[in-house]
Every structure is written in structure tokens, then in C-alpha cells.
Write a new protein. Structure first.
Length: 414
């Protein structure tokens, strides 16, 4: 009798085994820890949970993702990669080269990603013809965020149209007793400002030659010296406590009316929205003065790592949820970015989001869309980090314009 019961239990366990074997959870490593970022990520978590997939969160704070990339390295080296990792541009390709990323071609083919994801993103989401990452958005770095009430008080009626006007406005703001530019002194934030200053100073062709082609002539040119001179002008408009400040704290200074402007990618909008601020009424978004018509983009993608067979089904569900058109709209409305698919309507987006979508489409047609150096879409991390180092030491007054230019040439040939 007892034996019979035991047999029954064993048979039940064997029948249940395949269902138990499939791991219905995903572990996701990312650096979305600010209020706006977390709100956006919750959209994805919620959608997956509705499908019965458990979300194991692995946040690694630090804008731009440097700390996150160190954490990924440790996990992969230990032979225990997460299911998916938020990643930027060239980093995805670097991991793909090492043969540790999954093959998403089956999901991509089933859902037609080849047709709906723009080529500028596919260049990073595919390696040797295989989809290895799921793009969640397109951000761009050449934006300025402004507190409308502060501008009204200072008497600034229109967003500055040129670099010189921007500096003049900044000086007027300072005279009126406000901080002109809210800035966080971290290398990636200085590099973000640098993206815009290269564009406004040298234009698209110069940006491409210097930061994408790494042409030593462009890197060592008088135009590059002017770029550093202008970084110095921006430095004078920043408050004395900028060192080490997080980007979202800087956004908070504009939101609260302590500061007039922040030069930052459109993830900053996520902070304004999260604080219930309304574009056009409480804050303004405009392209960095002199870069109208140009877009320096970066795209957050979830690089999918090779995981055990029991985890593949949940990983595929995650990939598919990320590219879902409804999700792409809902997520990007909150995140401040624009969809990574060209077939998502702009209906749900606010004025800044609609502008972002339109600017991206136009720049892509006009050939004025470039990958952001600061956010890993212009060159591999080794060179990007060498540029960061020069830009930051210059911003902190450790080297002058001349020396910075010489060091950029050396950094570009790393
Ligand atoms: C990412 C954004 C993120 C920002 C600040 C950028 O590199 O693309 O998604 O919000 O860093 O953390």
C-alpha cells in the first residue's frame, strides 16, 4: 500500500517535471535608478508580470552605465550572466564578439523587427546577421531643459538660437541671482555637454570626422580648440558645488527653479514628468543652440545573454515584450525617449516627445543623425573613456585648451 502511494507520488512528480523545469523569470541588469527611469522600467516589469514572468531586478546606479558595465563583466567572468543587460551601442558589439550573447533571430523574424527597427539601431542590435539585443528606445543628447518661470523672471522670451546667445542668456540668469546651468561633475555628463558643443561648433561633418572617424586632423584642429574654449565658457555658468553631482539632482535644480538650464539627454524629461511638470508651461525643451536639425542619438538596448535552455522561453518573452508597439509608446512617453520602431504613432507623446520623434525622422533622412560619443554610439569604450578623461580634466581646469586638443589626438589613436 505504502509502495503504491510512493509510486503515485513519483509518477506525479515526473509528469510535473517539464513544467517545473521552465524558469519563468528573468534577471535584468540596468542603471535606471532615478525617479523617472524607475517609473519607465515599471511599465516593462508590469507587462511581463501580466504574462506570468517574474522580474528579478539588478540595478547598478550610475548614469551612462559605467558601473553597470563593470558589474556585467564580473557576472560573465563568473559564468553566471543575467538574462538581459541594458547596454549602449559599441558595448553590445564588444560582448557579441566574445560569443556570449543569445541568438534572437527566431523572435525577430516572427515579429518582423527587420522592417520596423531603423537601420541606425540595427547596426548595434545585430552581429554577423544575428539579432542579439532588443532596442527599447532612442534618446538624444543635444537637448537643453529650462525652467520657464526663471526665464520669465530674467526676461528671456525665446530659447537662445546660437551658442553666443546661450552664453549671454546664461550670464543674464547669473546676474539675476539664479544658477545658470545645473551640471553634475561626472565624466559622462561633461562628455554629454561636449557632444553638443562639437555639433554646434563644427557641424555634422566635423562631428563625424572627429568623433566617429577619429581623424587626427579634425581632432587636432583649431575647431577642436574652439570646442574646448566653449567648454570653458560653459564651466563659468556652472555653480561651485557641481563636482560629483548626479544628473537627476541637477535636473531637480531646474525643476525647483534654483537653476535655469540643464544640458542633458532627453532622459531628463523623465524627471520633469515624474515631478508632474508640463512642457511649455513649467519647462521648455529645445535643441542645444546651433544644433537645430541635428540629432546625436543613443539607444538603450537589452543585450540578451546566452542562458540555460530552461530560461530561453522567458528571455524570448522579454525580447518580444520590449518590441511590442503598445509598450514602446507607453514606455517612451514616461522615459523621455522616442520609440525604437518607426511604426509607433506619436499620439500619446507630449510636445517634447513629438518633437523628438519628428527630429529623429528628419535627421535620419537628411543625414544629420550621428551616434552620441558620450553615450557609446560613436566609437568603442576604450576610446570613449580616453576622450572622457581629457574632457573632464579640461573641465576641471587641469589642462588648457591647447593641451586638451593634443590629448584628444592621442586618445583617438588608442
Ligand atoms: C541612458 C539613459 C539613462 C541615462 C542616465 C543614458 O546612457 O541611455 O537611458 O537614463 O544614461 O542614467
Amino acid at each position: 500500500m505504502i509502495k503504491k502511494q510512493l509510486l503515485g507520488v513519483l509518477i506525479a512528480a515526473a509528469v510535473a517535471a517539464p513544467a517545473l523545469a521552465a524558469d519563468q523569470s528573468v534577471e535584468v541588469l540596468h542603471w535606471w535608478t532615478s525617479g523617472g527611469e524607475a517609473a519607465a522600467l515599471n511599465v516593462l516589469k508590469g507587462n511581463l508580470e501580466k504574462e506570468g514572468i517574474k522580474w528579478n531586478d539588478m540595478p547598478v546606479a550610475g548614469g551612462g552605465g559605467e558601473a553597470a558595465m563593470t558589474a556585467v563583466r564580473a557576472r560573465v567572468t563568473a559564468g553566471n550572466p543575467p538574462t538581459a543587460v541594458q547596454m549602449l551601442g559599441f558595448d553590445i558589439q564588444d560582448w557579441a564578439k566574445q560569443g556570449v550573447l543569445a541568438d534572437l533571430n527566431a523572435v525577430a523574424a516572427r515579429e518582423g523587427w527587420d522592417k520596423s527597427v531603423p537601420a541606425a539601431l540595427q547596426r548595434f542590435s545585430k552581429y554577423n546577421g544575428k539579432w542579439i539585443a532588443a532596442p527599447v528606445n532612442v534618446h538624444s543628447t543635444n537637448w537643453v531643459w529650462a525652467n520657464k518661470a526663471v526665464l520669465d523672471k530674467v526676461g528671456i522670451k525665446n530659447p537662445p538660437a546660437s551658442f553666443d546667445e546661450f552664453i549671454a542668456d546664461g550670464e543674464a540668469v547669473q546676474k539675476a541671482g539664479f544658477i545658470a546651468i545645473a551640471h553634475g561633475g561626472q565624466p559622462w555628463q561633461e562628455a554629454t555637454v561636449f557632444d553638443s558643443i562639437v555639433l554646434t561648433t563644427g557641424g555634422i561633418d566635423f562631428y563625424k570626422k572627429a568623433l566617429v572617424d577619429l581623424d587626427p586632423k579634425a581632432l587636432g584642429s583649431p575647431t577642436m580648440e574652439k570646442v574646448f574654449h566653449r567648454m570653458g565658457q560653459i564651466r563659468k555658468l556652472v555653480d561651485k558645488d557641481f563636482s560629483g553631482r548626479d544628473w537627476n539632482v541637477a535636473s531637480g535644480m531646474v525643476i525647483s527653479g534654483k537653476a535655469a538650464f540643464q544640458i542633458m539627454g532627453d532622459w531628463a524629461k523623465g524627471e520633469f514628468i515624474n515631478a508632474k511638470k508640463v512642457p511649455g508651461k513649467d519647462f521648455l525643451c529645445f535643441r542645444f543652440p546651433g544644433t537645430q536639425g541635428m540629432v546625436s542619438f543613443n539607444s538603450d538596448q537589452f543585450a540578451m545573454f546566452k542562458v540555460g535552455a530552461d530560461k530561453v522561453a522567458a528571455q524570448d518573452k522579454l525580447a518580444s515584450a520590449i518590441l511590442d508597439p503598445g509598450f514602446q509608446s507607453a514606455f517612451n512617453v514616461v522615459k523621455g525617449s522616442v520609440p525604437a520602431r518607426t511604426d509607433v504613432p506619436d499620439t500619446a507623446f507630449d510636445a517634447c516627445g513629438k518633437k523628438g520623434i519628428k527630429d529623429l525622422a528628419e535627421a535620419s533622412k537628411a543625414g544629420t543623425l550621428v551616434g552620441s560619443m558620450a553615450h557609446g554610439h560613436a566609437e568603442p569604450a576604450s576610446i570613449k573613456n580616453a576622450f572622457y578623461d581629457v574632457i573632464t580634466r579640461h573641465f576641471n581646469g587641469q589642462i588648457d585648451d591647447r593641451k586638451a586638443v593634443q590629448e584628444m589626438v592621442a586618445a583617438g589613436s588608442n
